[in-house]
Design a protein around this ligand. Structure first.
Ligand code: ZN
Length: 417
């Protein structure tokens, strides 16, 4: 209490010292700060800033449409402010230092008002290059350049679609990548790998360009110049541990007793077990009905659809884009069931039910028509960006070497690219 009193006093003093005779309208409050810790979910994170029970539910409700809680990660920052009666008046959630999702209690309506605060950030491009030494791998060599594990993995995953490193990597092979980094006060908060290249003595030469259609789109991926997507297209599993309770095909229905076609596979698991998206895609269904219970369906880039039924919780809305392995909900016993399990189904690219156990890959999309033209436009800008960067690095040197450079000379002619 004494501390709060002192804060108030110092406010008044600092304003009167400048001869300003008003006190700004502001909640005088106590602030609690915390970070999401390893193994913590949303509720535990909220508890660490003293938000529990009904307040926690209100906060989650107010932020539900703005924050993707399925992507909560270690280090995310939370801040809660309480008034003198210890009532929560403001809460903020930051997934990086430049952005804040804020909810504030409206003193008139008692409702929670949302606003998004964003610091100014800027994007900077840089080229990284390297050469494999005897006994080192691409992975190790890039990590030695102080790149983050996620950037290194992205580059390696793209090149793995073309290069069998185990057999084809040789010392002296060269690699190159163009990174586009979003910075806030010299801190990198987001990185896009725009370009990846490998020049292998035995493996051959490969280039890949990042294409971004719109935020979250399944088309966002690395492509060859011809429009071939370089993505690892194997399906993930919907659960971490798989115990099949009932397979695909004709069976006696466990509730009705009738012989009927079972269009999917039932996996035994307890209520609350996380359910994962088996591949990237767009959520086309997120509903409840008396038979399927809570149901999520995801349309994949090859036109096939995966189905997840009887969920306890659904974490995704219709229209959301998901990545492979994203948690989309939890196992439950909703709908017409005898016990908790996940019913996992699959429709093929023509919309016919198929045995999900026979679906191993999502066919890699090849861009055509407008999409291919769009990709090629983006490839042109990526190449332009790289030339700009190389000019910046090499031009002073070139100009020093060629004193009689004609005025109208095109500096590009002197570049090897
Ligand atoms: Zn089933």
């Amino acid at each position: 209490m004494l501390k709060i009193y002192l804060i108030l006093v110092s406010y008044v003093l600092s304003f009167s010292a400048f001869g300003i005779d008003f006190i700004p309208f502001k909640y005088e409050s106590l602030t609690q700060k915390a970070e999401v810790k390893s193994g913590h979910g949303l509720f535990q994170a909220l508890k660490s800033v003293n938000i529990e029970g009904i307040s926690a539910l209100q906060i989650i409700n107010a932020l539900r449409d703005e924050v993707e809680f399925s992507k909560i990660k270690v280090g995310d920052k939370l801040e809660a402010s309480f008034d003198l009666n210890n009532q929560l008046v403001e809460f903020s959630y930051s997934q990086n230092p430049a952005e804040k999702h804020i909810v504030q209690k409206n003193p008139l309506t008692q409702s929670w008002d949302y606003r998004f605060h964003q610091e100014e950030t800027n994007w900077e491009a840089r080229i990284i290059e390297g050469e494999l030494k005897a006994g080192s791998t691409l992975h190790q060599d890039m990590l030695a350049q102080e790149l983050t594990a996620s950037v290194v993995n992205e580059v390696v995953q793209v090149l793995l679609c073309k290069v069998n490193f185990r057999q084809m990597a040789r010392s002296g092979d060269r690699y190159k990548a163009l990174l586009y980094e979003r910075k806030y006060q010299d801190q990198i908060i987001e990185t896009k790998v725009l370009y990846t290249a490998y020049l292998g003595k035995a493996a051959g030469n490969y280039e890949a360009f990042y294409y971004e259609k719109e935020k979250g789109s399944t088309y966002n991926a690395h492509y060859t110049e011809e429009g071939e997507a370089l993505i690892n297209s194997g399906l993930r599993y919907p659960l971490t541990r798989l115990h099949i309770r009932s397979g695909y095909g004709m069976r006696h229905h466990p509730v009705t007793g009738h012989r009927a076609m079972h269009h999917g596979v039932d996996y035994r698991a307890s209520v609350g077990t996380p359910v994962h998206a088996v591949a990237q895609g767009k959520v086309v269904t997120s509903t409840f009905n008396e038979f399927a219970g809570n149901k999520v369906a995801i349309r994949h880039s090859d036109g096939s659809t995966s189905f997840y039924l009887h969920l306890d919780r659904k974490y995704v809305k219709e229209g959301a884009w998901v990545k492979p392995n994203d948690v989309i909900g939890t196992v439950g016993a909703t709908g017409r069931v005898t016990g908790a399990h996940l019913h996992f189904g699959f429709k093929d690219t023509k919309g016919k039910w198929m045995n999900p156990l026979n679906k191993r890959m999502i066919a890699t999309p090849k861009l055509e028509g407008e999409l291919l033209a769009d990709l090629q436009n983006q490839i042109e800008s990526i190449k332009g960006l790289m030339i700009d960067l190389q000019v910046r690095e090499q031009a002073p040197y070139l100009l020093a070497q060629i004193p009689n450079l004609p005025k109208e000379a095109n500096v590009f002619e002197f570049l090897t690219f």
